[in-house]
Design a protein around this ligand. Structure first.
Ligand SMILES: Nc1ncnc2c1ncn2[C@@H]1O[C@H](COP(=O)(O)OP(=O)(O)OP(=O)(O)O)[C@@H](O)[C@H]1O
Ligand SMILES: [Mg+2]
Length: 498
């Protein structure tokens, strides 16, 4: 029904899409795969009218169409569920869905649209209360609202850019049921994900992009995970990083009855206790918003504890500053790479010494030693295989995976005792993920205590020695990595003690 032909798009210095031809049929889920920076989002932004192609054409049911804006795309029956939802939190579901619909006044539209929301909800399995305010909804429910919004606007083709990264395993199954329903109703679905298990489960066909080009379009039945990974990155990928046995040593980090408030002044952690030993990875699983952020922040000195204590190697460190904790041996791999991990406008080299440039060997007194910094940067770039045109380019030009490697190399260069890693591979492709997992396991082997906070259960199951599940500010339970499974963790993530 929808075909992209010879789509080419360059950004300054980057050929993001290189003569991409892609055909999407009614009634299929078409997966789009590729490494970070392969051009997936760019291609979908062109289809949705956010970007204009330099060359190529788009055809809808055989007719050439010009999509100059998302409004054009919607008019042609193309919808997109954005990765970061664009809903207004204070407004209700119905108000959000009605917003911008032709013929609907924003004032009290709810009544008129509610029956339609219910009807479509029932038809596609997208149950959501039209009168609920967005802020009351879980990420999974907000996603349903975005899908409903597209369906009400008449979307025949729906683009989902990494939709499962905010969902529990059970919610992923729910989403897949919705997508199957959409297929039956004749919709076309374009599905982007870095998770190959999901792609092989839900997709009918798959297109793989590498460096802006299509390397293959295949029926899913004719391929498998391993071949898809090889097509994406051009080499074999180990899915299960080798985890050597390691008997943990004594406690490195101990949290004792921690109470921490959220930004709104409400209890975000309600008295949690745990310990992480040297040579051990403690995974913290849970759906976003259950206290993970506050936990990471209180351990790294970015948020005060209301009560309770934090101990680092037998010293009490509760409420020390971020800098004092860093110097005491706590490394932080933050959740938001661009906002907290790097200074985007500064060079790669400057970012690598961000926390150390005031000290020898990078400065003597007030004088900064540029050469020492450049030398250190070259070593880190080589050791962590950071792909960058040079150490003096702005860090913002690096891809997500390479920004993450930069942060990792900086944070780990001081040989920290404790590593707090928050969603360290979120949004990263299979190859970058593999490298980051390898580095974390090496540090565990050398005796670092690692607190790994992640929404990705596969990541937690692959790395963690013990797994704690956070729900509503409490640890629902801690299970050993060996006896944990996705089902059980998924239930615990919704607060059930199993
Ligand atoms: N607005 C922009 N300006 C300049 N360069 C851009 C812009 N958007 C994307 N790029 C570049 O185009 C290339 C393709 O990026 P794109 O976001 O399409 O990749 P992707 O396949 O979606 O990657 P990911 O898996 O990380 O989401 C990258 O090199 C990226 O840096
Ligand atoms: Mg993308």
């Amino acid at each position: 029904m929808l075909s992209l032909r010879g789509i080419t798009k360059t950004f300054p210095g980057v050929l993001a899409n290189d003569h991409v031809t892609l055909e999407v049929r009614s009634g299929e889920v078409h997966a789009l795969l590729g490494e970070n920076g392969a051009g997936k989002t760019t291609l979908m932004s062109i289809l949705y009218g956010i970007h204009q192609p330099d060359a190529g054409e788009i055809r809808l049911r055989g007719r050439r169409v010009h999509i100059r804006s998302p409004r054009d795309a919607i008019g042609l029956g193309i919808g997109m569920v954005p990765q970061h939802f664009l809903l207004i939190r204070r407004h209700t579901v119905a108000e959000n869905i009605a917003l911008g619909l032709p013929g609907e006044r924003f004032v009290r539209p709810a009544r008129r649209i509610e029956p339609r929301v219910r009807e479509l909800g029932a038809r596609y399995g997208l149950a959501v209360d039209p009168r609920a305010a967005i802020w009351q909804l879980s990420p999974s429910e907000q996603q349903r609202v975005e899908i409903l919004k597209a369906l009400i606007r008449g979307a025949q083709a729906l683009i989902l850019d990494e939709p499962t990264s905010v969902l529990t395993p059970q919610e992923v199954r729910g989403l897949f049921d919705v997508l199957r329903r959409m297929k039956q109703e004749g919709h076309a679905v374009i599905f982007i994900s870095h998770k190959l298990d999901e792609v092989t489960e839900i997709a009918d066909r798959v297109t793989v992009l590498r460096r802006g080009r299509v390397v293959a379009t295949l029926p899913i039945a004719e391929t498998d995970k391993r071949s898809l990974a090889r097509l994406m990155v051009g080499r074999d990928v180990e899915f299960q990083v080798r985890k050597a046995p390691r008997t943990p040593d004594g406690d490195a980090l101990v949290a004792d009855n921690l109470v921490v408030l959220s930004d709104r002044g409400l209890p975000a952690l309600r008295g949690i206790s745990f310990s992480v030993r040297r040579g051990e990875i403690l995974g913290i699983a849970g759906i976003a918003g259950n206290g993970q952020r506050e936990l990471v922040e209180v351990i790294t000195g970015l948020r005060p504890a209301r009560s309770g204590r934090v101990r680092l190697l037998d010293h009490e460190v509760t409420n020390l500053s971020a800098r004092a904790l860093h110097e005491a041996g706590v490394a932080h791999i933050p959740e938001d790479r661009m906002l907290m991990g790097i200074v985007p406008a500064m060079s790669v080299a400057e970012n690598l010494v961000l926390k150390q440039y005031r000290y020898p060997p990078f400065s003597r007194g007030p004088v900064i030693d540029r050469q020492a910094i450049a030398q250190f940067a070259r070593r880190m770039i080589a050791e962590y295989e950071i792909v960058t045109p040079g150490s003096d380019v702005p860090a913002r030009l690096l891809s997500g995976g390479n920004i993450q490697k930069l942060i990792l190399s900086r944070e780990l260069s001081g040989r920290p005792e404790v590593i707090v890693a928050s969603h360290p591979t979120a949004g990263l492709d299979v190859s970058a993920t593999e490298q980051i997992h390898t580095v974390l396991l090496q540090r565990r082997q050398r005796g670092a205590a690692i607190l790994l906070v992640s929404e990705d259960l596969d990541e937690i199951l692959a790395l963690a020695d013990r797994i704690g599940v956070l729900f509503s500010g409490e640890i629902v339970g801690i299970v050993s990595g060996a006896e944990a499974d996705r089902e059980r963790l998924g239930l615990m993530m919704t607060g059930q003690r199993v």
